[in-house]
Design a protein around this ligand. Structure first.
Ligand code: AMP
Length: 121
């Protein structure tokens, strides 16, 4: 997947669209999902141009990958998601219904989240 810098998260990173920031540093931005699927629904994105998890894992430097996932855990604690449990979700491509082509991790928490998928196989 070729990175398209007109995607909505790239526009958030450029400051063209507002967001409800949870955490911001040189490498990572976390913000509330505009359409929350759980009481806590935070998106964590790297500031680098990666179109999906698949692209990130395949092309990013190993240290960048490790530091990003450590930061996801820090942010889960920051928003209190660790207290009763949380789910991480990342979608890659059409079958996963990825709708924004900038790699992001969903942190979902704040209620019992039920089974993994709404529909069976
Ligand atoms: P995905 O379907 O995994 O690509 O997830 C994209 C997510 O981005 C969805 O949960 C959307 O609700 C969320 N989203 C889209 N636009 C915005 C926005 N401007 N601010 C915050 N979240 C957004």
């Amino acid at each position: 997947m070729i990175y398209d810098s007109t995607n909505i998260f790239a526009r958030i990173l450029r400051g063209e669209i507002p967001n409800k920031t949870v955490y911001d540093d040189e490498h990572v931005l976390a913000f509330h999902d505009v359409s929350p699927a759980a009481p806590i629904h935070v998106l964590v994105i790297p500031k680098g141009e990666y179109s999906s998890f698949d692209d990130f894992a395949a092309t990013a430097n190993a240290l960048v990958i490790a530091q990003f996932f450590k930061k996801v855990q820090d942010i889960a604690v920051l928003v209190g998601a660790d207290k009763t449990g949380y789910r991480l979700v990342t979608n890659h491509g059409a079958d996963a219904a990825q709708s924004v082509a900038h790699f992001h991790i969903h942190i979902l928490a704040g209620k019992p989240l039920g089974s993994l998928l709404a529909e069976g196989a």
